[in-house]
Design a protein around this ligand. Structure first.
Ligand SMILES: NC(=O)c1ccc[n+]([C@@H]2O[C@H](COP(=O)([O-])OP(=O)(O)OC[C@H]3O[C@@H](n4cnc5c(N)ncnc54)[C@H](O)[C@@H]3O)[C@@H](O)[C@H]2O)c1
Length: 243
């Protein structure tokens, strides 16, 4: 589906981002894996079937680091078509409350989830504008709907940012959308979400989500079929937000 497309996935060292990178690669894309942590294992996974992928260690909160990510993408692949702003902080933050959230946690959450998403988008848009085509997919969360927690507030900001960016780039062939996952499980999340089974008992579709469930939504938003969809948040959560 993505032959000839060049895709950046942030937060690709582990978790959902690592899977998205692998799935894009197996759908024909050339993938740039970006993360503040080492990406050796994720790069091996994504390249396993012979796809052309590179890894660029990137701190999305730092403007210089994001600029270097874009430069490396251009120098290796000559263009950028798709940016998936997946990197985010939720561990340790997910259950925190407004009244006792530490300054460090609050600042880190806004720096990564909100500022990082914006910085990557700001840096990607000129490349996509040159290209005459672009798809940006941001990542929110079910938590944006279920009360104003510190985590939920950052994800709410991402949903609003999605609308604002979409309006600003609408005339140049770029769409900006967002997916808002419900609880999505993979091996590394098990320790951080010990009560996941209990939580999804209340979902409309009574199972934990998978990285494939989310990838299908992201891939659709990046496909030609979604050309007329922009500024939207697609809730991929087993109907949890419809309760
Ligand atoms: N797992 C879920 O159930 C779930 C549900 C809703 C939303 N989400 C969202 O999906 C995204 C991925 O979640 P996950 O569960 O895979 O998380 P994760 O913690 O397993 O992975 C997040 C990745 O982001 C990277 N990252 C953190 N700070 C960074 C920075 N400054 N620069 C670059 N990379 C950085 C981390 O190193 C990590 O590899 C997040 O935005 C999260 O909020 C996840």
């Amino acid at each position: 589906m993505f032959d000839d497309r060049v895709v950046i996935v942030t937060g690709a060292a582990r978790g959902l981002g690592r899977d998205y990178a692998r799935f894009f690669a197996s759908d024909g894309a050339r993938v740039v894996l970006a993360d503040v942590h080492r990406l050796d294992g994720a790069l091996r996974d994504a390249s396993a079937d012979g796809a052309r992928c590179i890894a660029v260690q990137t701190d999305i909160t730092k403007r210089d680091s994001v600029a270097a990510l874009m430069e490396e993408t251009l120098s290796q692949f000559g263009k950028l078509d798709i940016l998936v702003n997946n990197a985010g902080i939720w561990r340790g933050l997910y259950d925190s409350r407004l009244l006792d959230c530490s300054d460090d946690l609050w600042d880190a959450a806004w720096a990564v989830n909100v500022t990082g998403t914006l910085r990557c988008s700001q840096a990607a848009v000129p490349l996509m504008t040159d290209n005459g085509f672009g798809r940006i997919v941001n990542v929110s969360s079910l938590a944006s709907q279920s009360g104003a927690s510190p985590y939920g507030l950052t994800k709410n900001a991402i949903e609003q940012m999605t609308k604002g960016l979409a309006r600003e780039v609408g005339g140049v062939g770029i769409t900006v959308n967002c997916v808002a996952p419900g609880i999505t499980m993979f091996e590394a999340a098990k320790d951080s979400l010990p009560d996941a089974e209990a939580q999804v008992a209340d979902y409309t579709v009574k199972r934990i989500g998978t990285s494939r469930d989310l990838y299908h939504a992201i891939a659709y938003l990046c496909s030609p079929s979604a050309e007329w969809i922009t500024g939207q948040t697609l809730r991929v959560d087993g109907g949890a937000s419809a309760r």
